[in-house]
Design a protein around this ligand. Structure first.
Ligand code: GSH
Length: 202
């Protein structure tokens, strides 16, 4: 049975909604945001180092990222309902929108929320939020790369291509200082012939 760690007023609603649509059985564990900072409680950090919701646990598998959890749940469904057939044009539209939601769209929405908080004698100023996010995310990345060669384990995958470009931006923004494993990883993947060929195109 799947366990979903749910935080009130959060993206874990996506996962609960999907499970309800499919009628997939699950156990829900509730966590409550701090009423002042609106941050997640420490109980979520005990479940996953990012301390964010949603988190899904299924036996030995613990997953964060709502989009990954959504794919996992649909993979388990015998008819793979609510996902167009793999390889169809609709499937790639589906994938684009799933990535768009957390990739392109999240930034302007979060930035506009932060700008509003900043101009309202915010209890949680923008700098503090960004520093906290950067610390949590880059520590998580550093720990991951201290234990394994690539993001998805011992083999290079497209997840490394996705992450490398983001890490290059982070490095330019001086967010990787002191992150020795992450910097070594970057140097390693940047030596791949296909990477070198890709950057030769400008
Ligand atoms: N990209 C992640 C975002 C996870 C995330 O930021 N979750 C928020 C709730 S929507 C959270 O747990 N925030 C509490 C905190 O950062 O303390 C996903 O889609 O699951």
């Amino acid at each position: 049975m799947l366990t979903i760690h749910h935080l009130n007023r959060s993206r874990s609603k996506r996962v609960l909604w999907l499970l309800e649509e499919l009628g997939t059985p699950y156990t829900r564990v509730d966590h409550q945001r701090d009423s002042l900072t609106y941050l997640a409680p420490n109980s979520l950090k005990a479940v996953h180092p990012l301390g964010k919701a949603p988190v899904m646990i299924d036996g030995p598998i613990t997953l964060c990222e709502s989009s990954t959890i959504v794919e996992y749940i649909i993979d388990q469904d015998s008819e793979h309902r609510l996902r167009p057939p793999l390889g169809s044009a609709e499937y790639y539209d589906y994938m684009s929108w799933c990535h768009f939601a957390e990739g392109s769209l999240a930034l302007p929405i979060i930035m506009s929320g932060l700008m509003r908080a900043e101009t309202r004698d915010g209890k949680q100023p923008m700098d503090g939020y960004i520093a906290k996010e950067a610390h949590v995310d880059f520590s998580y990345i550093e720990t991951t790369l201290s234990k394994q060669a690539y993001f998805a384990g011992s083999e290079f995958t497209a997840a490394d291509i996705m992450m490398t470009i983001s890490l290059e931006m982070a490095k330019r923004a001086k967010l990787l200082e002191g992150k020795t494993h992450t910097l070594a990883y970057l140097e390693k993947v940047q030596q791949r012939p296909a990477y070198i060929k890709a950057i030769s195109f400008g």
